[in-house]
Design a protein around this ligand. Structure first.
Ligand code: 9YT
Length: 128
């Protein structure tokens, strides 16, 4: 059984900062933990807009705090995000993520991240 607490991750190697300052990802579960997915407690900082396109991963996201929106760049649809909103990028959907206030998101990735990934210029993480 794996038991971890956020307070033990903050400030350590599993606490990954976006080089552009848009988000902070506290990586609770990673590839080497062997569960087939990763799970992160992620903060999207207020006032940011981030291009995301996970070509090599599927991501499920559950909002537990803050307010923002996601714009699907294939369709132009904009969906508000608040506490209790889930979205799943089942089509590797290219999108813009905007945080009106600080968003707190629980993110899961399949395949799992290995730990230190940050976004490339196209908004993706490298292939596993
Ligand atoms: C929602 C989202 O994808 N935010 C960017 C950070 C990423 N989810 C992560 O690695 O925690």
């Amino acid at each position: 059984m794996i038991v971890r607490r956020l307070q033990d991750i903050v400030g350590g190697p599993r606490d990954v900062r976006d080089p552009n300052g848009h988000w902070t990802s506290r990586r609770l579960l990673l590839r080497d933990d062997g569960m087939g997915f990763s799970m992160h407690d992620t903060l999207i900082h207020a006032g940011t807009e981030t291009l995301i396109w996970y070509k090599h991963h599927l991501e499920g996201v559950y909002c537990v705090g803050g307010e923002g929106e996601i714009e699907n760049l294939a369709t132009g649809e904009i969906h508000p995000i608040t506490n209790g909103t889930f979205y799943g990028l089942n089509l590797h959907d290219k999108h813009l993520l905007r945080a009106h206030s600080e968003l707190r998101l629980i993110c899961t990735f399949n395949p799992p991240l290995h730990g230190a990934e940050v976004h490339g210029a196209d908004g993706s993480y490298p292939p596993p």
